[in-house]
Design a protein. Structure first.
Length: 156
């Protein structure tokens, strides 16, 4: 995996443990996975958030991590999109440490899941190769592991 990536993963693990007790906050209904792949635009500019199978009660940062800083390197959120989402979401005081915690948890979850798939001997060669490419993206300079590492090291 490389020393730099191992250092970032170690930072995520330490940060998740360190901030676990501080992540409590007011809870709201969260989608749990509100990235652009789960947003549909209707014919009259209606916006539909779909795929609610990960819905949960959690602090707002659980969903806002997908917008503030972005989660998906292949579908980055532009500043205009961020402003539009936050305007529609309403006034909210985003807790940087809580946001970093949710980013780190998501990064570790994605990294472990995709690594397992990349190494699964029962998986097809194509599926394993796809999973390996996703792992490479997660640890890339613009990947989720790097974003979470930066958020934990430099909370706004």
């Amino acid at each position: 995996m490389g020393a730099a990536n191992a250092d970032r993963v170690s930072t995520l693990l330490d940060g998740v443990q360190r901030l676990a007790g501080d992540r409590a906050g007011p809870v709201v209904v969260c989608h749990g996975d509100p990235h652009l792949g789960n947003v549909l635009l209707g014919p009259d500019d209606e916006v539909w958030l779909v795929d609610w199978d990960d819905a949960l009660l959690a602090p707002r940062e659980c969903d806002l991590m997908f917008v503030v800083g972005g989660v998906l390197a292949f579908a980055p959120i532009t500043p205009d999109q961020e402003r539009a989402v936050l305007a529609g979401y309403g006034a909210v005081d985003i807790d940087a440490a809580r946001l970093a915690w949710f980013l780190a948890v998501r990064a570790l979850d994605d990294l472990s899941d995709w690594t397992r798939q990349a190494l699964d001997p029962t998986g097809s060669p194509d599926d394993r190769a796809t999973a390996a490419r996703i792992v490479s993206g997660l640890v890339s300079p613009v990947g989720l592991v790097t974003l979470a590492d930066t958020a934990l090291r430099n909370p706004a």
